[in-house]
Design a protein around this ligand. Structure first.
Ligand code: TLP
Length: 336
């Protein structure tokens, strides 16, 4: 089966299964999980932050960060299509109890002037603005890369207005590989960064939230409150260590495959696909006027052993470690 639904569908590699079998284990909640502690320290070092927190999912990492930075009734500025706002089941309202002030970006990139205009002036009637979040790469915009100039300009605004600054870096690895910008440089402007090990990097489970020692210690408390204390989590963290040490550089192959597949799809009659948005491993396209047929289409693809996803009026295909050029050829043939 050629599964293009997401880069989350990958199975652990043989090196990961080996690492799981050999992992030294303890109890994470009791603070004695050697492999989880090692993953947290390695990720913090890699991203240039003081400390890290191993969490079960990207959602939990992002939502802990948001709850650390924004109190009930305060406001979070993010891009209109942000995952934290649209795809985390309302967790932002539930956990932090904050509200969102979305900004319409271009290709997932927010205009700094527009962001600054969204910062609320101090007034008893206004919610207090607490946080700006950025998503890099930006999933809903097509796995697009947020340029460093923009990230630094938003950091300036955050500093000027006393706001915190968080990065949803679920696919930061892809932006890093595509641009060659060092990871530490990409993370430096932010207070906290969440990265996923299970998107593109083949870990079965897990994300790491990094930030200052103080923030991560408060985050550890929140993680426990949310039921994210994972005991012998080293069995999973062992895979995470393989992810961050062995699986990042190869993401360039996923980008090459996505580009080729997107170019093929863009040539098909009726397909509307913005090739400029295909910057990493995600492809979105639509077939205007044929939306009602998407469900039967998905079924037909499935019979040809190709799995894809539709989100509203868009198709989404994601390349990853477990699909190669042959899978891409098969997907293209199935769409013809
Ligand atoms: N995204 C999933 C779906 O929810 C859409 C996917 O298949 O792409 N931030 C970003 C940018 C994400 O794309 C995702 C997952 C998350 C956070 C949440 O990660 P998990 O699923 O581990 O909670």
């Amino acid at each position: 089966i050629s599964d293009f639904r997401s880069d989350t569908v990958t199975l652990p590699t043989p090196a990961m299964r080996e690492a799981m079998a050999r992992a030294e284990l303890g109890d994470d909640v009791l603070g004695t999980e050697p492999t989880a502690i090692k993953l947290e320290a390695m990720t913090a070092e890699l991203l240039g932050k003081e400390a890290g927190l191993f969490v079960p999912s990207g959602t939990m990492g992002n939502q802990i960060a948001i709850a650390l930075h924004a109190q009930r009734g305060q406001e979070v500025i993010c891009e209109f299509g942000a995952h934290t706002y649209n795809n985390e089941s309302g967790a932002l309202a539930l956990i932090a109890g904050a509200q969102v002030r979305p900004v319409n970006g271009k290709a997932g990139v927010m205009d700094p002037a527009q962001v600054e205009a969204m910062v609320r002036p101090a007034n008893i009637h206004n919610p207090r603005t607490a946080l700006i979040t950025v998503e890099n790469t930006h999933n809903a915009a097509g796995g697009t890369i947020v340029p460093m100039d923009n990230i630094r300009a938003l950091a300036e605004i955050a500093r000027k207005h006393g706001l915190k600054y968080h990065l949803d870096g679920a696919r930061l690895w892809n932006a890093h590989v595509a641009t060659g910008t060092p990871l530490r440089e990409m993370c430096a402007p932010f207070d906290t960064v969440n990265v996923c090990l299970s998107k593109g990097l083949c870990s079965p489970v897990g994300s790491v939230l990094v930030g200052s020692r103080e923030e991560i210690e408060r985050g550890r408390y929140l993680r426990k409150q949310l039921g994210g204390g994972m005991r012998q989590s080293g069995i999973l963290a062992a895979c995470g260590i393989v992810s961050i040490t062995q699986m990042i550089a190869r993401l360039k192959d996923d980008h090459t495959n996505a580009r080729k597949l997107a170019e093929g799809l863009a040539r098909l009659p009726g397909v509307q696909l913005d090739l400029a948005s295909v910057q990493t491993n995600i492809i979105y396209f639509s077939v205007p006027g044929r939306e009602a047929q998407y469900p039967q289409w998905l079924e037909r693809l499935k019979q040809q052993k190709v799995l894809a996803m539709t989100l509203g009026n868009r198709w989404r295909l994601v390349t990853h470690h477990d699909v190669d050029t042959q899978d891409c050829d098969r997907a293209l043939a199935a769409f013809k």
